[in-house]
Ligand binder design. Structure first.
Ligand code: H2U
Ligand code: ZN
Length: 341
């Protein structure tokens, strides 16, 4: 079947990274919407907010006082989801009722002392500090933990509790579901093809040029063929890189540059500070051989057709499989049409 038919006919697409399928219904994009609209908050924020627990010099829930930090700042989450000293156990005497202990740590990472900025609004130098922070944290924590999840929840619709630019890190001694699937699938592909799955995939994408949004010397941003969220993207280095700390200085700089550009496109798309959950996936620290892994970041934005209409993962998606209307190619086209400055 020709690619062009995928613009009008319902079909399923395969995600080789997880083994999941997604249902695509492109004929449905003209559906009217009379459902929930998200509230838009557009108040201009101050550079410093005395009530913000992330601004420098302020007191947190724990009673600790943030230092007068100049670039970035990391602290242990006062309400950590995982703890470093949990005793080790596994309950599997009954094959249907199984549990195991988890040890780990949770941190909050402030991207800037400025309360009013977001990543794309920061300078290249300031974004560079965030890149260095990501690398340092990954280097440190992956020596101790099997999985280090660096992520950012941006925007109230993503459940972010504070607009101050920040992300989080949850590290644990267990490999969580998503990286577990990605590890299996990348290993399977590597054994068969002797080449990393995502390195091969971006070569295909760079040739087809249908789903690429932004590209520079070292990086590419695209809407994956199998994307679920309407404007989901993946950021991948062009070279084979297993982990964040393996990036060269030049790749750090061009990472800051591509982040600024493509996140600016996101903000232009619905003329709003674009909400999303993003996070880094790279080879787990404890692997003996990690050549099947390719570093990448996922961006999952919830918005569908305007700054106030979000996509819901409900109904068929909860009970059967994920579904989207607008195709990955159409989404990429829309994002390419948005300015990156
Ligand atoms: P979100 O905005 O993505 O919810 O992240 C904020 C995190 O900050 C959240 O995990 C932590 C919350 O537990 N936090 C502190 O560690 N100390 C505080 O004083 C308030 C919030
Ligand atoms: Zn603040």
């Amino acid at each position: 079947m020709k690619i062009s038919n995928l613009d009008s006919h319902p079909h399923r697409r395969f995600n080789p990274l997880t083994g999941d399928w997604v249902l695509v219904s492109p004929h449905r994009t003209k559906r009217p919407w009379q459902g929930q609209q998200e509230e838009i908050t557009k108040t201009k924020r101050p550079e410093y907010d005395a009530n913000c627990y992330l601004c420098s010099g302020n007191k947190r829930a724990s009673g600790d006082i943030n230092p007068a930090y100049e670039n970035t700042f990391v602290f242990e989450n006062d309400f950590a989801a995982v703890l470093p000293n949990t005793p080790s156990f596994k309950n599997d005497s009954d094959s249907l009722i199984i549990s195991e202990s988890v040890r780990g740590t949770s941190r909050v990472i402030c991207f800037s002392p400025r309360h009013d900025l977001t990543l794309p609004e920061m300078s290249l130098e300031e974004i560079g500090h965030v890149v260095q922070l990501w690398k340092e944290q990954m280097r440190e924590l992956s020596q101790k933990y099997a999985w280090v999840q660096i992520f950012e929840n941006k925007g109230a619709v993503m459940g972010c509790s504070n607009p101050h630019p920040h992300g989080q890190i949850w590290a644990s001694n267990r490999l969580p579901n998503e990286p577990f699937k990605e590890n299996e699938k990348q290993l399977e592909y590597f054994k068969k093809n002797d080449s990393p799955l995502l390195v091969d995939y971006i070569q295909l994408e760079l040739k087809q040029k249908l789903r690429i949004i932004e590209e520079n010397e070292n990086w590419v941003v695209l809407v994956p063929y199998w994307a679920i969220w309407p404007f989901e993207t993946m950021l991948v280095p062009k070279r084979h890189v297993c982990r964040l700390p393996d990036l060269t200085q030049e790749e750090d700089q061009s990472l800051a540059a591509i982040l600024k550009k493509f996140l600016t496109r996101y903000d232009h798309l619905f003329n709003t500070s674009f909400p999303y959950s993003m996070g880094w996936h790279g080879a787990p620290g404890n692997l003996e051989d990690s050549n099947h892994w390719q570093l990448h970041a996922h961006f999952y934005p919830p918005l569908l057709r305007s700054q106030s209409v979000k996509k819901f993962i409900v109904g068929y998606e909860m009970l059967a499989e994920a579904q989207r209307d607008i195709t990955a190619e159409q989404a990429a086209q829309r994002l390419r049409e948005c300015p990156n400055v």
